[in-house]
Write a protein of this length. Structure first.
Lengths: 308, 293, 326
């Protein structure tokens, strides 16, 4: 088990290193930040002074190592626009993003999985059809369309919910819904098929045949086995949740890191973009790690394999 | 040979009458609708220049924000008096071209890397797997945002960038199938006949994995459409004066209260198109994928 | 006469890792093994699963690299795997697989696959290739109308016939058959084995026939080598080996074949664990299961040496002529 964890940790570290390098290569080599920040009509001396000030006159590999060193010491640079430390700007926005993504994740898990399992146990019922319909919506309606439709219905037509801002809890309802509806459908559909597959296995028939109560069969045998594929898909959902937050925060003017990313990207604010990239990558790697470990814990075969 | 006779009865040819009836029997209505819709989209993309009633930048300042149904502007006009239908037709073309090009690039790139990993193993394989891990570690939208903003958005770059979407899926599939074919299966036996790697991969492995790869393409294609329209919605994808479905929705968002049709028409097209591809893709998957059959 | 193929001191060690950080453990699949095959001769290789007979077959073909020792084919050293010369040599030596369905490409017709060696090695014109495929199909007993069939449309026996036809297409001088009939129905096994023998005799092909089935080997082989844990323990002409086995392991193997009309009495039943190449016993590898094992068997590995004309065995007891009567 120790070995399994170590292997996963090593892969996580390699992945983070790859993202760090990617961020550097793409963001440093793609354009001249001095030109972008200062505009085209600035005299050469001020461009040079700007470059010196930001270390942009050094060879690339010097910049790369300086960059690695500063990241390892927790220094993500200073926002070229706001002149404040990037990490501070980003961390200020993290709570707002969590206010959207955490409730959305809980909604997905608390509605998606039970609905899917219920649908699997009651095939052809209203819930079953609802789950299939919701999953189709989840797959086909992009979040920016869904968000605008919700605004059109609840803010424009009925005027019951605000369409943007972060002032009261009411403001959080539409963004959270936008972020979770598609995911609920997808998760429900997935749980449903995982459950249906497990229910078709011979050991379920054996369990019923030996006289276990239906409830015991479902809770004791079917659910633990269906949990493995479901956990995998939940791991993937964290990524789509973050990507979804970028779009949703933009629609609803929600001051989270997603909106900060879009604004910083538009302004070519190197330090902030890098910082957000790394934080998101770290969040993804950690969630993948958690899923991997959960996987090892849930799957006795893997456990046994690891022990030998 | 006694054993030879057993299979002879299997090959009775089926009568070939009633092709239409057979199609109706074998294709569910929803899939039929999907196929028709996609065919229409492809036709619109090809014939866009002839179908457009107006140029996409042609402004008619006398009839700004006309609602749908206005004679001459059946889907209405936008804030500059540009015909929504004309812009929609052009947007369908742009979005489809990007998604199609990107799907092909992604499939070719991913499959090639997967085959290389399977052929050379060792370092190459590790490198490909690390790249795939990396791709999985960063939501694609986030990565695209960074790249697009810093290289500036151009059509070429957008197609190439979208071409990186989902390559790891093809790479994993191609690698896995090529390794299992090479371990003890038909590929190993062809190597044993003296075939060079090009022959092994192009004549034997590729045709065998093609159906699985095509199935993956039907998964990637709608996702790329959504990804491109998402980027364009955020104003970082297709740039004006060119127009795509996502960027129509993005600009239409400003007029959500006064002229929702600007945004609703492209949004509906996106939804129905991705829905159609999912329906047809699911159906194709059942037909083609030998692992399910 | 010069041997067609000669293996000298072949060693193949697989490294098995239990996890990414654990120390690799050596598994000696083939251990200092020498064997030669004359042109036109059929050599049977018998042994339990795990004895290394398939690995030996792959090493003779040059598919598995030898870590020590060498393979000489037609007077020349085996070229490195996947080199140009190695590929060209495939026209001269071919393999018949255990599972014909896995060995055939399910997307190509069998006639296309039978003709593939001709395409690969550029043998003959297009017309000649077509003719050769027709001839081969006839030779292995496939009907001309089956040319357009796909592998899954054929029976197991027919598929193996197609694999054999493909192996013979480029007129090889050596055919290695790795358990060619063990996946087939018993009723079809004899047909395929007889056909293989006829083809081998007609074309003067040398053949290495690997099988765990002693009846089949006895039927087809001129000479037999018995393998145990990567080593040959006894080798001799097919008739003498099966009629008068000398090595205790061969005795046990031969007596395990049921003979009609004979009772089980007097049969040597193998004791103990089946051989595990990862945990090879010291001394003679067979000693834990050998009913006659003595102290020397536990400590010293017996050499393969001549015990009669045209017959070799690796057993301390045979060298001292002690166990011959047993």
């Amino acid at each position: 088990m120790v070995q399994f964890v170590l292997t996963r940790l090593l892969r996580a570290v390699i992945t983070i290193a790859a993202v760090v390098t990617f961020a550097f290569v793409v963001l440093r080599m793609s354009g001249d930040p001095a030109q972008v920040m200062l505009g085209p009509d600035v005299p050469q001396e001020s461009v040079d002074a700007f470059r010196r000030a930001w270390g942009l006159d050094q060879p690339l590999w010097v910049q790369y190592f300086a960059y690695l060193k500063s990241i390892l010491t927790g220094d993500f640079g200073v926002s070229m626009r706001d002149k404040a430390p990037a990490i501070q700007l980003v961390l200020e926005r993290v709570p707002a993003t969590l206010q959207l993504t955490l409730p959305a994740l809980f909604l997905k898990l608390l509605i998606g999985i039970p609905a899917g399992v219920y649908a699997a146990l009651h095939r052809q019922s209203v819930t079953d059809r609802g789950v299939i319909l919701a999953s189709i919506i989840g797959f086909t309606i992009p979040s920016f369309v869904l968000g605008l439709l919700l605004v059109l219905i609840f803010s424009v037509t009925f005027g019951v919910l605000p369409s943007g801002g972060q002032d009261t809890w009411m403001h959080g309802i539409l963004p959270t819904l936008t972020l979770s509806i598609g995911g609920i459908g997808i998760l429900a559909r997935f749980s449903r098929s995982a459950m249906i597959e497990v229910m078709g296995q011979p050991f379920i028939r054996t369990a019923s045949a030996k006289g276990l109560k239906w409830r015991e069969v479902v809770w004791g045998h079917a659910l633990p086995n269906a949990a493995i594929p479901i956990v995998t898909i939940v791991g993937f959902m964290v990524g789509s949740l973050i990507a979804g937050a970028v779009v949703v925060e933009s629609i609803f003017s929600w001051p989270g890191i997603g909106r900060l990313l879009v604004v910083s990207v538009t302004n070519r604010d190197l330090a902030v973009v890098q910082c957000i990239l790394l934080i998101i990558a770290a969040a993804m790697v950690i969630s993948n790690l958690v899923v991997d470990l959960l996987y090892g814990w849930l799957d006795p075969r893997l456990r046994a394999h690891v022990a030998h | 040979m006694s054993s030879a006779d057993l299979t002879q009865t299997q090959q009775t040819p089926r009568p070939a009458f009633g092709i239409l009836a057979r199609i109706r029997r074998q294709v569910p209505a929803s899939v039929g609708f999907g196929i028709l819709w996609l065919a229409a989209m492809v036709l619109i993309a090809i014939l866009a220049d002839w179908l457009r009633p107006y140029g996409i930048t042609a402004m008619d300042l006398t009839s700004r924000l006309s609602p749908p149904g206005t004679p001459g502007h059946w889907l209405g006009t936008d804030e500059l008096g540009r015909d929504v239908l004309s812009r929609l037709i052009q947007s369908i073309r742009v979005s489809l071209v990007i998604a199609f090009g990107a799907t092909i690039i992604s499939a070719v790139f991913g499959t090639t890397l997967g085959f290389l990993a399977a052929q050379f193993r060792g370092t190459v394989e590790h490198l490909v797997l690390v790249l795939a891990d990396f791709q999985a570690a960063l939501p694609f939208l986030i990565m695209s945002l960074a790249v697009l903003a810093f290289f500036g958005s151009s059509m070429m770059l957008l197609v190439c960038l979208m071409g990186f979407y989902g390559w790891e899926r093809y790479a994993r599939i191609a690698r896995g199938l090529a390794i299992s074919a090479g371990a003890q299966g038909y590929a190993a036996s062809v190597v044993q006949l003296g075939a060079n790697p090009a022959r092994v991969y192009f004549r034997h492995i590729l045709p065998n994995v093609a159906s699985t790869l095509i199935v993956s393409m039907t998964l990637t294609f709608p996702e790329i459409i959504l990804m491109e329209s998402g980027l364009s919605f955020l104003g970082l994808g297709v740039q004006p004066p060119e127009s795509s479905l996502g960027n129509m929705v993005g600009f239409g968002r400003e007029y959500l209260t006064s002229a929702p049709w600007i945004m609703l028409a492209p949004a509906a097209v996106i939804m129905v198109t991705t829905l159609s591809i999912s329906l047809v893709g699911d159906w194709l998957r059942d037909k083609l994928d030998p692992t399910i059959r | 006469m010069i041997p067609l193929i000669e293996a000298r001191g072949l060693v193949r060690i697989y490294e098995i890792r239990k996890g990414p950080f654990s120390r690799p453990q050596p598994v000696r699949a083939v251990d200092d093994l020498s064997l030669s095959v004359m042109p036109g001769e059929t050599v049977g290789i018998v042994g339990e699963s795990g004895s290394g007979k398939s690995t030996l077959g792959r090493m003779l073909l040059g598919i598995d690299r030898a870590q020590a020792g060498e393979v000489i084919f037609d007077g020349r050293q085996m070229p490195p795997l996947h080199s140009q010369q190695w590929r060209a040599l495939r026209a001269k030596m071919q393999l018949v697989y255990q599972d014909p369905l896995a060995a055939l490409d399910r997307r190509l017709t069998i006639s296309a696959q039978i003709g593939e060696p001709l395409d690969i090695h550029g043998i003959g014109s297009k017309e000649e290739r077509k003719e050769r495929v027709r001839e081969l199909m006839g030779a292995v007993g496939l009907r001309p109308d089956q040319a357009g069939r796909y592998p899954h449309e054929l029976s197991g026996g027919q598929r193996q016939r197609a694999v054999i036809a493909r192996a013979l297409a480029a007129r090889p001088s050596l055919l290695i058959c790795d358990e060619p009939v063990s996946a087939l129905d018993v009723s079809i096994q004899a047909q395929v084995v007889n056909m293989l023998r006829d083809l081998q005799e007609q074309n003067g092909i040398a053949m290495v026939f690997i099988s765990h089935d002693l009846k089949v080997v006895r039927n087809i082989a001129d000479r037999v080598a018995v393998m145990y844990l990567g080593k040959i323990v006894e080798e001799g002409s097919s008739d003498t080996i099966f009629q008068f086995p000398r090595h205790p392991y061969t005795k046990a193997l031969v007596s395990s074949v049921p003979v009609p009309g004979k009772r089980l009495q007097g049969r040597v039943i193998l004791q103990g664990e089946p051989p595990n190449p990862a945990a090879r016993p010291s001394g003679c590898a067979f000693h834990p299961r050998c009913p006659l094992a003595t102290d020397i068997c536990r400590t010293r590995t017996p050499e393969l040496r001549r015990i009669e004309t045209g017959r070799t065995a690796a057993c301390h007891l045979l060298a001292n002529d002690l166990a011959v009567a047993a």
